[in-house]
Design a protein around this ligand. Structure first.
Ligand SMILES: [Zn+2]
Length: 140
């Protein structure tokens, strides 16, 4: 129940931010268009509040991004690499390391590397790299 209400609130939040941006821009252009005319105080006020509105909106977007990053961290999302041995079909799932790419070379196959004749060609093939939410378990 709570999750669905949050899902509804996020588009509303951005709709609100969009309105503030629009309103700030109108104020800003009204102020700039009026520069040089008699009522300078109102123009300065328009420009200032327009700029303030834009700063506040960007600050809010930035805060939202930081919040999303915190949620991702708290859910312990990790990138995992799936390696498969083409000879014995052994499959291994391990945390992603820099330099991993799909169809690249993975670690040595623990089964085939025991065989001294094959040991030079016992590297597994990386077949998948994906984001793991940390909820599902690989082992049966
Ligand atoms: Zn193998």
């Amino acid at each position: 129940m709570e999750k669905s209400s949050v899902g509804f609130l996020i588009p509303f939040y951005f709709f609100l931010l969009g309105l503030i941006i629009l309103f700030s821009l109108i104020l800003l252009f009204q102020g700039i268009a009026g520069v040089g005319k008699e009522d300078n105080l109102t123009n300065t006020l328009f420009v200032t509040s327009g700029i303030m509105g834009l700063i506040v909106t960007f600050y809010m977007i930035r805060r939202y991004q930081v919040g999303v990053q915190k949620i991702l961290k708290s859910r312990r999302m990790t990138v995992v690499t799936v390696e498969e041995c083409l000879k014995c079909n052994y499959k291994n799932v391990r945390p992603f390391r820099e330099g991993d790419f799909v169809y690249g070379q993975g670690e040595e196959c623990p089964k085939c590397s025991k065989d001294p004749e094959k040991s030079s060609e016992s590297r597994m093939l990386i077949t998948a790299i994906y984001l793991d939410r940390g909820t599902q378990e690989e082992k049966p």
